[in-house]
Design a protein around this ligand. Sequence first.
Ligand code: SAM
Length: 377
Amino acid sequence: ITVREGKGSFLVYSPQKYKDPAWAPVFYNPRMKCSRDISSSIIQAYARLLGKESLVVVDALSATGIRGIRYLLENTAVSKVILNDLNPRAVEIIRENVEINNVSDSVEIRNEDAVRLLASLRGIDIVDIDPFGSPAEFIDPAIRSLKHKGMLCVTATDLPPLLGKFPKTCLRKYFAKSILTEFSRELAVRIMIYFVAREAAKLRRTAVPVFSFYHSHHIRTCFIVLRRETHYSGLIDSIGFVWYNPSSLDRKAVKLLDFRLAGNEWLIGGPLWISNLASQKMVETVLEIYREREQNMDLCKNGEKIVSLMLSENEMPPFYFTTEKLAGTYSLKEMTTEETIEKLVNAGFRASPTHFEPKGFKTDANINDIVAILRTA
Ligand code: SAM
């Protein structure tokens, strides 16, 4: 059927026929009209505020092409749109819709994986990422494709993880733990902004969120991405944690750099990796090979020592202690690392030296046990 939306007409699979728009051969969801209406206005606002003309827009996951074609029809500042979809049937519909709306001169149609397409593009003004579910995999190549002060607009429809219903999935996709609160829709947007800001920062760019909203089972945020004049301090002051007390409904935003446990001296770092740093099998094999090679190759002297220390420390709990710091902090006589390890092992704990530091050791004893054992020495 043909529907009218904004300034265009579009051939789509009849939404009435499919219970979920994702089940149609080519996706079209009339309920996203409002999102497209707002997004088209954001493009106009971007052009006006930055005094831009002749904008090149990539609609990287186009489906019927409705979004990108509307951007073109409704914004004189847009001079070219690249419409892309991996699904060949979507590309057929996109072709028809480009014809129907008489915009073939200003449209380039592609049938590629969006990641590959974006990775091959440079100097783009605006990239729109509107996937099923999570946009996470598309953010890095989208940021790379943009010119200085280009705009990235991102939709996420995978709301259950972001809203705190599946915190483990959220951690996996966005490197953040979501929690259940009455303001989780806002948290979802904030987690997504954090994720995009990180993806930009690792590329030495700054993603400044300029428009964010929740509407009907999706969230959407637009960012201006700076390649120069980057504002790292803005990033550092803007990344933090939320504290929420479900009994009192009290909440706080705490900057990551200022993060402390309430009312005490603990410093908190991370998120970071807290499991093993290597595979035991890999380290064993490297050690074996190193020893074989040492006989007829000029290998560095320390190599074998580093690798064998890695082997002994790999399965210990994280974060080594040092004999020096323990002695200084608890007014103890400083023992050698070997003596310290021997004492801990004799007391029934696991302990190992570490390649990170000659005065360091790792152990499964806690700080109270360690201090008690070293005091009685
Ligand atoms: N932007 C469209 C709109 O406003 O109606 C909706 C896009 S729909 C939610 C997502 C589209 O992405 C689908 O048409 C799907 O075929 C396409 N797609 C999924 N994975 C893709 C990928 N890796 N590369 C390119 N297109 C992809």
